[in-house]
Design a protein around this ligand. Structure first.
Ligand SMILES: [Zn+2]
Length: 332
């Protein structure tokens, strides 16, 4: 991993992950070793603006790293956002509307800053910081509370005309299916996110068809997380398993369609659902891909589980800014 390039001696880079519930900054040295970290909740009890918390988390991570000179900051943020300007267009969760995040961080830290969608950045991390780095065409799909996607074509993140390409969760799978958070019906996310699965499993629990779930979570959709789903399946709850398998199969239909359109070499699946039930999810995704992607396009496509877990976004963000600096394309 060469960050040497234009990065000056002894400088470090920062990767920042802004999530809906928590945020994390990590500082990396020139050999890409993590030398400082700071994590905080995205919202404090006393309120306070999100951007002030972002600055604080970055500052503390730099302090924890022993205050090295910083050569650049990469940020993964929920979208929609404009990756060219680093303006966050609208994230009600974080209280940002047309918010110039890159500009603020550039002014505050006097260093180049790049901001991109968190799932794009996570996919970038899984690509650049694992054995996949020799590939050039990578599709990342991350089922969790929603379903995020990142697309790398020819070694570049695909942003599209709007800047927001890669909304894999809002591919229509079932035109008359359940409502999605986006207002449409039958999106992949409405059928296969952790929330969609939990809703169906809560109904099973209410009918006493899932006693393990009923005992541990009651019928509370928010309590039915990926880990407890995995344990219920291990405990032999076959109807819970069927619900999860069906959701994973829907994800596979989405992946199969994307393989037909984009022809990736590798598909990385990550997020809570995959971490908790990797074998089961991959099995169903592979089955659906075999049934829905064209033989010539799906031939030799590797479907792999993500490797970096919670570090994917900070690592991807740090890689992104260090490569931007190496290319000489980072604005200060
Ligand atoms: Zn949708």
């Amino acid at each position: 991993m060469t960050n040497a390039g234009r990065l000056k001696n002894k400088t470090a880079i920062v990767g920042m992950d802004i999530g809906g519930t928590k945020m994390m900054a990590a500082v990396f040295d020139q050999k890409f070793h993590k030398i400082g970290v700071c994590r905080k909740k995205s919202r404090s009890k006393n309120g306070g603006e999100t951007e002030m918390r972002v600055i604080k988390v970055i500052r503390e991570a730099i302090e924890n790293a022993g205050n090295p000179p910083i050569a650049g900051i990469g940020v993964g943020s929920p979208g929609p956002l404009d990756p060219a300007t680093g303006v966050i267009i609208d994230t009600p969760n974080l209280g940002w509307k047309n918010f110039p995040l890159a500009h603020l961080l550039r002014e505050t830290f006097k260093t180049p800053v790049v901001v991109d969608n968190d799932v794009n950045v996570g996919t970038y991390g899984e690509w650049r910081c694992t054995a996949l780095r020799s590939k050039k065409h990578v599709l990342g799909v991350f089922p969790g509370t929603g379903i995020g996607g990142g697309i790398i074509i020819d070694g570049k993140i695909l942003h599209g005309f709007s800047g927001a390409a890669g909304e894999v969760g809002h591919i229509t799978i079932m035109p008359d299916g359940p409502f999605c958070g986006c207002g449409k019906r039958g999106c992949l996310e409405a059928l296969a996110s952790r929330v969609a699965i939990a809703k169906e499993v809560a109904a099973l629990a209410a009918r006493e068809d899932a006693p393990y779930i009923l005992e541990h979570c009651g019928t509370d959709v928010n309590a039915i997380r990926s880990g407890v789903l995995a344990r219920a399946i291990e405990a032999g709850e076959t109807m819970v398993e069927e619900v999860v398998r069906k959701a994973a199969y829907y994800i596979g239909i989405g992946v199969g369609n994307l393989i037909n359109v984009l022809s990736p070499e590798v598909v990385v699946l990550g997020g809570g659902l995959v971490e908790a039930m990797e074998t089961l999810v991959l099995e169903e995704v592979e089955k659906a891909v075999a049934e829905h992607a064209m033989p010539f396009l799906r031939k030799n496509v590797r479907i792999a589980a993500a490797q970096l877990g919670d570090d994917a976004v900070v690592m991807g963000a740090a890689k992104l800014i260090s490569e931007r600096i190496d290319e000489g394309g980072a604005k200060k």
